[in-house]
Ligand binder design. Structure first.
Ligand code: PLP
Length: 418
């Protein structure tokens, strides 16, 4: 029996996270045996240039020696204590020193957990129930955010999710991304009832969709006028758009910031942070209960701390990655032109959409030719390039991608477009 057959008999779809199953592109997903730098190797020994980067965490590439060594050292001192550690204090101080507008953080073990807790905190702090989210943005798989969600839910055409009760969904208002008018309308229809607006400031779970000029400013303004908190879900953008994340990049202040992915260096870490006035509502200081047996796990935190300190000590790394990514996406864009495809990018994130015009929201993204995306994906995979297996996921470039990796990728893309 193949590994895939074994996997399918013991796990739904053979996977522990839906997009990994290749359901949208067909073909069989490779089972990854190891990864180093920009490359992943599957169980059959095939090597690929990887543009998933563990869906974001691997900003420095896979198995970065400083991170691996930090993990080994931490592991030898014990895997988990269920008690306070110095390592947690150090990563909290580091995050707070780099990310604007947060004076305190709470660590947890995933982006979902962090976003779920941030939403609960916003409700607890404001005493209001309703949350505005945006169609095509993904904030993890908890009930109230699985309304018009991006990522795997979009890949598989699930606009809601079974198992989400009307009760859980009724306080979520979902509005189209990039429309100030419809957001304004949502606020006026729910006067005084909106606890928070949660957004991916750069939407990276419906492919990649940039905020229009002035859009984030307008959201921030409307939230303020209506006495609602602004939650930035920076699980992807945090430490990717720069050390200060999207808040710095777009020069917008958020009230609560949600992070994950990069801050764990490849290990399970999530966190949410805000000014002290808000964080004081979190248990044990305040009434919003949130906990975790493995929260702030010493081995996970060691990985995150190593990655963040590496970035802090070499801030020029962002310009270097962006330059490499710019060459990749710029050349892909030239190749795509006139072939029913278009490319968008920001820093180290990009997306090749099979549509003539770049999508600006969920509905326009859904118009892409996903059949053609599937053949593009299959061609690239067969050529040794491992791309996200969905039209609605971003391409992640890391510090480990070499100029040669980029050139190889471009030449394989050329074959596809000719
Ligand atoms: C990945 C992601 C999440 C969920 O994080 P998990 O660690 O997968 O639970 C939440 N928000 C955004 C923007 C993400 O990209």
């Amino acid at each position: 029996m193949s590994i895939l057959e074994r996997a399918r008999s013991v796990m739904p779809g053979g996977v522990n996270s839906p997009v990994r199953a290749f359901g949208a592109v067909g073909g069989n997903p490779p089972f990854i045996a190891s990864a180093i730098g920009s490359k992943v190797t599957d169980e059959s020994g095939n090597e690929y240039i990887d543009y998933i980067g563990s869906w974001g965490p691997a900003l420095l590439g896979h198995a970065h020696p400083e991170i691996v060594s930090a993990v080994k050292q931490a592991a030898e001192k014990g895997l988990s204590f269920g008690a306070a550690t110095k390592a947690e204090v150090e990563i909290a101080e580091l995050i707070i020193s780099l990310v604007p507008n947060i004076e305190m953080v709470r660590l947890c073990s995933s982006g979902t957990e962090a976003a779920m807790s941030a939403v609960k905190l916003a409700r607890g702090f404001s005493g209001k129930d309703k949350i505005i989210k945006f169609e095509g943005c993904y904030h993890g798989h908890f009930e109230s955010m699985l309304v018009s969600a991006g990522s795997g839910a979009m890949t598989y055409g699930i606009s809601g999710s079974a198992g989400v009760t009307d009760g859980a969904a009724k306080d979520t208002i979902s509005v189209p991304y990039n429309s100030v008018e419809l957001l304004q309308e949502a606020f006026s229809r729910n006067k005084g009832e909106i606890a928070a607006v949660i957004i991916e400031p750069l939407a990276a779970n419906m492919g990649l969709v940039k905020p229009k000029d002035g859009y984030l400013q307008a959201i921030s303004q409307l939230a303020k006028e209506n006495g609602s908190l602004l939650i930035f879900d920076e699980v992807i953008t945090g430490f990717r758009l720069g050390l200060g994340g999207a808040q710095d990049f777009y020069n917008i202040d958020a009230d609560i910031v949600v992070m994950g992915k990069i801050i764990g260096g490849g290990m399970p870490v999530g966190c949410y942070g805000a000014r002290a006035e808000i964080m004081q509502f979190v248990s044990p200081l305040g009434p919003v209960y949130q906990a975790g047996t493995l929260s702030g796990n010493p081995v996970a935190v060691a990985a995150g701390y190593a990655q963040l300190s590496h970035l802090k000590s070499r801030p020029s790394i962002y310009a270097d990655i962006s330059q490499k990514a710019g060459r990749l996406f710029g050349e892909l864009s030239d190749l795509a032109e006139g072939h029913g495809a278009s490319v968008v990018w920001e820093g180290s994130l990009g997306c090749l959409f099979f549509s003539d015009d770049l999508p600006y929201d969920y509905e326009s993204a859904k118009l892409c030719d996903t059949q053609r995306f599937a053949s593009w994906h299959a061609h690239m995979l067969a050529s040794g390039i491992y791309l996200p297996p969905s039209q609605f996921e971003a391409i992640f470039v890391s510090a480990a991608h070499s100029d040669e990796d980029i050139s190889t990728t471009i030449s394989k893309a050329k074959e596809f477009f000719s």
